[in-house]
Write a protein that binds this ligand. Structure first.
Ligand code: NAP
Length: 494
């Protein structure tokens, strides 16, 4: 078995302060991720985590809360009682309302002897609190040159509100200190997409309009709004998923080879992709977008209610729980290649995958399936895998071909636990590596493309199309793609 410790860079001493230290994200993702890196000995000494929230808890009560919650999110095989106890010895709790000036003096007192250490403020609260928290941090002289701030999504509801938040944070932190997180970029398979594209010369000549017929990016969930109805109804799938995750994946897939893996080299190329997105205006919004909302249906045989029956959802809500978009890039490499983006809740399957469909052979001399092209499937969840489908002969007398996949089975090859996205991203923050985080101009360019879609839907005034829970979305989503002579992957070969 390979040793995960070998590849992990040693860390400097650090203090990590989680605003929202009792929240769902901290319990489900952030603390388990830090525990895993600790267990693998990446950070051994000279570090501290301070959970911050308004709840009145003693340190002991906080540790109990963390232990109770985190255990469920650390797979049994990875949970080691001794390592956990050693890990929690580094945990502290501070009761503090981040929006109020009182209480920061105590935070300052706890940090007073560690001004030369890496200091990370992870803002895992609603974005509406970010400005006030940053102001309070600065007012208490807590922002040192070694300080970084991590901002959780969603950063705003539109371009204007995103600008406001970024402007307020920029008053306190330099851009090099700001880590805007999109956890999809921390996934192992996204790293592998980068490795595949820029570590193998064979793909580069194929990676363009002359060879690629279409690209599909799907992020589908089987869950509904899960007790977050109030948040979700104000955002919807376009803001919650497309503006960040889907566009970030599109950027990694479509960007030109950067001159290096340095943060700005990569982010400059991603920005060019966002700026090349053809605007979706009112005259083409019906042809290029579909928005849907789930009604009652069944997931894995169990009946589930519709969106409008969920808690905290107004009965006349028009918020979309599904979006499909035909995106196009106006540049030399991708002109004429449709990028179909799709995301939804209460869909048939939970998955995140990127499909690159290559063009079929120009002249078919072999029977059956020969008109189908090769396909590269990059799956991010539930399992992370990369499959390249090639046409091969079916054994027997006849010359029949069908697609068979070359499967890069990472689990089998490397026999090592795959890091969770948050493990990589948290370590990158502490190590000061910005490559996998969004720069402010990227975020702005993404909103610049998203806002007119939202405005177009408002101007149309039509309700979202209904789809039964447990399906692949409204039928209009199929029309969006079949109109171009293409099909979603689940309707073709698997
Ligand atoms: P959550 O479960 O509602 O937790 C919010 C946390 O913030 C709690 O610890 C809460 O504790 C604390 N908090 C609220 N107001 C505060 C204040 N004035 N000062 C200090 N702490 C305060 O939310 P979450 O799901 O963890 O999400 C946190 C952020 O991450 C949100 O921006 C969310 O959109 C984003 N996010 C979450 C997920 C996820 O899977 N959960 C995924 C991606 C992004 P008190 O009420 O005790 O203060």
């Amino acid at each position: 078995m390979q040793d995960t410790k070998v590849s992990a860079s040693a860390l400097q001493e650090f203090d990590l302060i989680f605003f929202g230290g009792t929240g769902d994200l901290a319990m489900r993702k952030l603390l388990p991720a830090l525990y895993n890196r600790f267990r693998d000995s990446q950070h051994t000494q000279g570090w501290r985590i301070i959970g911050v929230a308004r709840q009145d808890l003693s340190r002991e009560q906080y540790l109990n809360l963390v232990s109770e919650n985190c255990r469920q999110f650390i797979p049994g095989g990875d949970f080691d009682e001794r390592a956990w106890t050693a890990f929690t010895a580094h945990l502290e709790y501070l009761r503090l309302d981040g929006t109020q000036p009182e209480g920061y003096a105590e935070l300052a007192r706890r940090l007073q002897n560690s001004n030369d250490r890496v200091r990370v403020f992870y803002l895992s609260t609603a974005a509406s609190l970010f400005a006030q928290i940053c102001t309070n941090l600065a007012a208490n002289q807590l922002v040192t040159p070694q300080t970084r701030v991590v901002l959780e999504k969603p950063l705003g509801r539109d371009r204007a509100s995103s600008y406001e938040i970024n402007e307020a944070v920029a008053k306190i932190f330099e851009e090099r200190q700001i880590y805007r997180i999109d956890h999809y970029l921390g996934k192992e398979t996204v790293q592998n997409l980068i490795a595949l594209r820029f570590g193998n010369a064979i793909f580069e000549p194929l990676w363009r309009r002359s060879n690629v017929q279409d690209v599909q990016i799907t992020l589908s969930e089987t869950v509904g709004v899960e007790g977050r109805g109030d948040y979700y109804d104000r955002y919807g799938a376009l803001r919650d998923m497309v503006q960040n995750h889907l566009l970030q994946l599109l950027c990694i897939l479509a960007m030109e080879p950067p001159s290096s893996i340095d943060p700005d080299a990569v982010r400059d190329e991603k920005l060019k992709v966002l700026r090349a997105l053809r605007p979706i205006t009112l005259d083409c919004i019906k042809a290029k977008t579909v928005r849907g909302q789930y009604r009652a249906g069944a997931i894995d045989g169990a009946a589930v209610r519709g969106y409008l029956e969920e808690a905290d959802i107004p009965p006349d809500s028009h918020t979309e729980t599904f979006v499909a978009i035909k995106a196009e890039l106006d540049n030399w490499r991708w002109s004429g290649v449709p990028f179909y983006l799709r995301t939804g809740k209460r869909m048939q399957e939970r998955m995140a995958e990127i499909v690159v469909n290559f063009r079929p052979v120009p002249h078919a001399i072999l029977p059956t399936s020969a008109s189908e092209g090769n396909r590269l499937v990059i799956r991010l969840q539930p399992d992370e895998e990369v499959r390249l489908y090639l046409m091969v002969k079916v054994p027997g007398a006849e010359m029949k071909v069908r697609p068979v996949d070359l499967n890069l089975d990472f689990k089998q090859e490397f026999k090592t636990r795959q890091w969770d996205a948050y493990e990589r991203l948290l370590m990158d923050v502490i190590l000061g590596k910005l490559t996998l985080f969004m720069r402010r101009d990227e975020l702005d360019a993404a909103w610049r493309w998203i806002d007119p879609i939202r405005d177009g839907w408002d101007a149309l005034g039509e309700p979202p199309k209904s789809y039964a829970a447990g399906t692949w979305g409204p039928t209009a989503s199929n029309t969006l793609i079949t109109r171009d002579g293409n099909t979603w992957r689940e309707d073709g070969y698997q």
